[in-house]
Design a protein around this ligand. Structure first.
Ligand code: FES
Ligand SMILES: [Fe+2]
Length: 456
């Protein structure tokens, strides 16, 4: 017989590793974004930010967006205009990241061909042949249109005849707000990053209970969840929490395919009243390719946004995902944040390996809608663009509201929270056709009325 020290220590259980060892295939239909793929065609129907303006210097930059290798460059007399072209020169494929930025476009380093920002071949200096004339008339370098807006460079990579109007969001127009651009890279597919925005539950666990409160103590409370579909492309997830005598409603927001907002990161913790405080970020999750993405955003600061003290590089990273980005593996394991949660799923998560629960309803709803719009486009039905209302902007809902409304004796507080949450959302929906300033004033007035009069 073995001595006790030599006894094998058996960990007992009903193990299913072998039975489940074959990985399900990834969700190709909505995950793949390269040219010609169904989801790639879909996401190409929208404007996306692809660079932070002030980070683009006088030299061209090679960038990868939606699986395409591109070169972004400045041109013009003062190099204050922007062009985005396919990376490889039309002549013999030299990379235009080594090109020269000129008044009229970008010149290839190899034999000096000059390309206009729309790809027209302006000069082929070593070629005075008829062949070169014909080429200039018939052939263009691949190029995409650009709009520079509030420090971000946006492009549209779809068919020119389907190019939509550039949408301006109400969240960009507040005069008392300071907005600062930031970006955050993720080593994974775009869908699993988007999932987090319609998953208010992870705020309670990942960001609060499982390591330390990354945003606030108040987020430890389990919220009462409700999900909304507005029009065909606008999804909201509200979480209503009890913090002492206060009721805190936080709204996360996704406008398809990849525009996101939330409540504040640090300004609101449920202990102080707040009437329609607005999103800590205005943000897009942009696929670099199938396995990499970048969140481009404005971090928002001011009385109705996050405090100015978080307007630093580290502050932007904490607003984006709960912790700074550059940390040791040990720190990431002790205090995991969004990057760890979503990158840990693998480069492209396998949806068939999930077990979605009622709290995942927002994810189910929006993925189903993405899939529908991807399939519709295969059948030549164009996806809806963000709804631009009467005053020419897209109305958004990402916000925090905190009302002093103590629990009622003899009433189930979760049900009471659910009714208050629904009432706050309804009054926002009812005011969405007003112009921005009036809409906000009206929402705040009605919130105060709701707080004063209570709810049956
Ligand atoms: S490869 Fe670009 S000009 Fe020849
Ligand atoms: Fe998160």
């Amino acid at each position: 017989m073995f001595s006790k020290a030599n006894q094998p220590r058996v960990m007992d259980g009903r193990f299913r590793g072998y039975a489940q060892s074959q990985l399900a295939a990834s969700d190709e239909e909505i995950a793949r974004v390269g040219p010609g793929t169904p989801a790639g065609e879909y996401i190409r129907r929208f404007w996306h930010p692809v660079y932070i303006t002030e980070e683009l210097g006088e030299l061209p930059e090679a960038i990868r967006i939606l699986g395409e290798d591109l070169v972004l460059f400045r041109y013009g007399e003062h190099l204050d205009k922007f062009g985005l072209v396919h990376k490889h020169c039309l002549h013999r494929r030299a990379s235009l990241e080594y090109g020269k930025c000129e008044v009229n476009g970008i010149r290839c380093c190899y034999h000096g061909w000059l390309f206009a920002p729309d790809g027209e071949v302006l000069e082929t200096p070593a070629e005075n042949s008829k062949t070169a004339d014909i080429l200039r008339q018939r052939t263009r370098l691949g190029a995409y249109p650009i709009i520079e807006y509030r420090g971000l460079i946006f492009t549209y990579m779809g068919p020119p005849e389907q190019q939509p109007e550039f949408p301006v969001y109400d969240a960009c127009l507040y005069e008392d707000m300071t907005s600062v651009t930031y970006k955050a890279p993720y080593k994974c597919n775009w869908i699993q990053i988007l999932d987090a925005i319609l998953d208010p539950t992870h705020t309670t666990y990942l960001h609060s209970r499982n390591s330390h409160p990354q945003f606030s103590e108040g987020m430890k409370a389990d919220g009462v969840l409700k999900f909304y579909e507005r029009y065909e492309n606008h999804f909201l997830g509200s979480s209503t929490r009890r913090v002492g005598n206060n009721v805190w409603l936080r709204v996360n927001e996704l406008i398809l395919p990849n525009f996101t907002q939330a409540g504040s990161a640090f300004a609101v913790d449920g202990t102080q009243q707040c009437y329609f405080g607005r999103s800590c970020f205005t943000r897009w999750v942009v696929p670099v390719d199938d396995e990499n993405s970048v969140a481009y955003a404005w971090a928002n600061f001011g009385d109705r946004w996050d405090p100015h003290q978080y307007n630093t590089k580290e502050g932007h990273e904490m607003i984006e995902q709960g912790e700074i980005l550059d940390r040791s593996l040990q720190e990431k394991k002790r205090f995991p944040a969004d990057s760890e949660a979503v990158e840990g799923m693998g480069r492209i998560s396998t949806h068939k390996g999930e077990n979605l629960m009622p709290t995942d309803r927002g994810i189910t709803l929006y993925r189903r809608r993405v899939r529908k719009q991807v399939r519709d486009l295969v059948n030549q039905i164009e996806p809806p663009q963000p709804i631009i209302s009467g005053d020419s902007v897209v109305k958004t809902y990402g916000q925090d509201t905190v009302l002093t409304m103590p629990a009622k004796n003899g009433e189930n507080d979760r049900e009471y929270l659910a009714r208050i949450g629904a009432a706050v959302m309804e009054l926002q929906f009812a005011t969405e056709n007003g112009n921005d300033k009036n809409r906000d004033d009206e929402i705040v007035r009605q919130l105060k009325e709701l707080e004063a009069n209570g709810i049956n």
